[in-house]
Design a protein around this ligand. Structure first.
Ligand code: FES
Length: 183
């Protein structure tokens, strides 16, 4: 059982994010999100928000859902799991341990997003902000620094400078790839 912490108290504001990327959607994550919205409303959990994200790059564990701010990460979620998640975790503050990620080497359950080795060992360039971005809201992307390079290119750079910057970036990527391949 996970020890209680201030973040897990039932009266704290929390959000459950359901992945709506292609892989998780094929596993009925849209239905899971809708069932969560219904369950949260029926339980009168005013401090709980149901939201969604794009892909987290871990589709084989999908459908994925996670709860912030504590970062509890659920794998292979089904519509049938929704009542337990809503009642046990979102209402009573007790996460559903049977839905935690199982580390394939240690066999241990890993409750927190940031403690999963798959994520800990990556520098997540493309998907790193997936936890903070609703893919239907461009404002979310802008809020985490999205389009800054485009704004800079359009507002203060000459065409030749843009080409040079892209060439330089490509060279750095190729160098990094070559260095990694040599390890
Ligand atoms: S689609 Fe959900 S993790 Fe990739």
């Amino acid at each position: 059982m996970i020890a209680a912490s201030p973040n897990k108290l039932p009266d704290k504001q929390r959000t459950i994010f359901v992945c709506q990327g292609t892989g998780c959607t094929s596993g009925k994550s849209v239905e899971i999100r809708e069932a969560l919205e219904k369950a949260v409303a029926e339980l009168g959990l005013d401090s709980v928000k149901v939201d969604f994200t794009g892909c987290h790059g871990f589709c084989q564990q999908g459908p994925i859902a996670f709860v912030e701010p504590e970062g509890i990460f659920y794998t292979h979620v089904a519509v049938e799991d929704v009542p337990e998640i809503a009642q046990s975790h979102l209402r009573d503050g007790q996460p559903v341990e049977r839905l935690f990620y199982q580390d394939p080497i240690s066999g241990e359950a890993v409750p927190y997003y940031q403690e999963i080795n798959f994520y800990r060992k990556q520098q997540r360039v493309m998907f790193g902000q997936a936890r903070a971005i609703d893919p239907t809201r461009i404002e979310d992307y802008v809020a985490v620094g999205g389009y800054q390079a485009l704004a800079k290119a359009l507002s203060s750079m000459q065409p030749e400078e843009v080409i040079d910057a892209i060439d330089k970036q490509l060279a750095e990527i190729q160098y990094a790839d070559a260095a990694e391949a040599a390890v």
